[in-house]
Design a protein. Structure first.
Length: 178
C-alpha cells in the first residue's frame, strides 16, 4: 500500500473544514487520504452542517489544538490561524519523512495566522522554509476536457507594484526552470 495524501484542514473558522467534510460525504476524497486537523472541530462542523459522517472511515491526524468550544465559523481568530499553520507544519514533516505522499492544503486565513505569527507570508513560503529550499513557486493544476493545465506564479503575496517589477525575463525563466 502506498503512502496516503495529507489534506490539511485549513483555518477552523474558514471554509476548509466544510470542504473536507462535504467532499468526504460525497465520496470525493478517495481511500488514500488522511486529514490533518482537529477532530473536535470537524465533528462540530459536521453537526452544524447536518452531515452524517462515517467517522470510522475518515482517517484524521488529530493535533487536538482546538476544541468545539473554540470553533467560531466566520470569525477571525488567532488560535485558528496558529492551528492551521501547525497542521501544515505537521503534514510537511510527515511528507519529508515519507509518511504521506504529498500535501493538499485547505485555505488558511493569512490575517488570522499573522495574529499569532506576524512574519507569516503564506503556504508556499512556510513549506519552503520547512523543506530548507530558497527557490519556490506556487503551481495550480486542473484537468480540462482537452488535457491538463498547470499555472505557476511569478510572484506571490506582494503588492501589485512589486508583482509588476518581478515580471522580468530572469524571474520568468527562474520560475520555468523550477
Amino acid at each position: 500500500m502506498s503512502a496516503p495524501l495529507a489534506i490539511t484542514m485549513g483555518d477552523a473558522s474558514g471554509i476548509g473544514p466544510e470542504i473536507v467534510l462535504r467532499r468526504f460525504c460525497e465520496g470525493g476524497l478517495g481511500d488514500d487520504v488522511v486529514v490533518y486537523g482537529d477532530a473536535s472541530i470537524l465533528r462540530h462542523g459536521a453537526s452544524l452542517l447536518g452531515l452524517d459522517v462515517d467517522w470510522g472511515r475518515l482517517p484524521i491526524v488529530d493535533l487536538a489544538l482546538l476544541t468545539a468550544a473554540d470553533h467560531r465559523p466566520g470569525q477571525l481568530d488567532a488560535a485558528s490561524g496558529a492551528a492551521a499553520r501547525a497542521y501544515v507544519e505537521r503534514a510537511t514533516r510527515d511528507a519529508l519523512a515519507g509518511t504521506v505522499a504529498g500535501i493538499v492544503t485547505m485555505p488558511m486565513n493569512k490575517e488570522a495566522t499573522q495574529l499569532s505569527d506576524p512574519a507569516f507570508v503564506g503556504h508556499t513560503e512556510l513549506i519552503a522554509g520547512l523543506c530548507g529550499v530558497q527557490k519556490v513557486t506556487m503551481m495550480l493544476t486542473t484537468e480540462l476536457p482537452v488535457g491538463s493545465l498547470a499555472v505557476t506564479h511569478v510572484s506571490t503575496h506582494v503588492s501589485l507594484a512589486t508583482a509588476i517589477e518581478r515580471v522580468r525575463r530572469e524571474r520568468v525563466l527562474d520560475v520555468i526552470e523550477l
